[in-house]
Ligand binder design. Sequence first.
Ligand SMILES: [Zn+2]
Length: 408
Amino acid sequence: MTTPCPESKLAATRIKVGRSLAADRKAPRGPGRGVACDVSYTLAFPTASVATIVMLPTEPVGSIPRPAALIAGVQDFRAGRISQLELSALYDSAVRDTIQRLEATGSPVITDGEQAKHSFATYSIYGLDNLSPDGVPIAFADGHIRHFPRLTSGPFRYKTPADVYLAIAQRYAHVPLKQAVVSASALSLLYPQGGIRGYSREEYLDALIAEQEGEIRRCLSMGAHVVQMDFTEGRLSIKLDPSRRLLQSFIDLNNLVLERFSTEERKRIGVHTCPGADRHSTHSADVDYAELLPSLFELQATSFCVQLASEPDRKRVLRMIRDHARDGQRIFVGVIDPLDPRVETPEEVRDRILEAVDYIPPDRLGTTDDCGFAPFSDDTSRTRETAFDKIRARVAGTALASRVLGLE
Ligand SMILES: [Zn+2]
């Protein structure tokens, strides 16, 4: 196994400016593959000079649209037309291609694009026998609905925890890998309101917390750069319960997981918040961020990937982040809107970062995308090409801002 990245390396990636990426990136494959810390990048810049600068941290949220061949393969497998072995080969090929293309964007931290996940929320439970498809409905603003599954009996165990996906990605990655996990609070929604005979809610939550602790702990010990807890239901909860009691119960439950980790371990644990992103829509963008943000930073995590680019009043949100984020927490602000089909320019990204610096000092700032590009595996509303173009713009814009800020 590998040594976790020291904090100084987590905080900053050195990049050289002025030469081409392909010519200079030399992260070797080997025993530390996928978890290398000392990654040097060279990005193409409109300048003749070559200078080394320290770049603000930048990382994706998680998902990338699946290739058409994989989406068709999943349907073929369900219809009995191809074997598990053939489906696995399609997953493998999609992960390999996604990682290659993410690395080519220059992003110093990548994911596996969640190619093999059924969805960001259900990857660990998909295929369990004790689930029924008619659980809590999640309504999106454009009228479509995703249904959460419902637990029908105990005991509860994950079927495919996130470390299984991480192990596959590590075969192909040359740069640090981030691993997203679904929050315990999202999976708490599996347990039906009416209860389950012979399997109490308390027994279920105990099992859930233990499963998630194990999942995160294994990802950390395997060398994940950071483990990100996806907390999209945080904002949604205020819609379901305006009293915010549900939100507080979500925060408390997730903290029960987070508190099982040491301060040192929690430096590599993050949280992602967003109003959802599926097809062309969100589930809770109409919920005022002011209802969520003060509670969000109660979570005992170190990094926060916060949707921001698509907010109508970013400065108001930045003020709230400034007022409520705690010492030692690093805020990765969303500078790319995955739901917007237009690819942002590096200059736009730069300006969004410089706007954020008025509220968050550079040593506590990073950049990210507002959300994944296809949190649900069957979502084809964005193309892979657009996702990679947008990520390339994030990386280039982050480098531009880093230069303006003089992070040398
Ligand atoms: Zn999201």
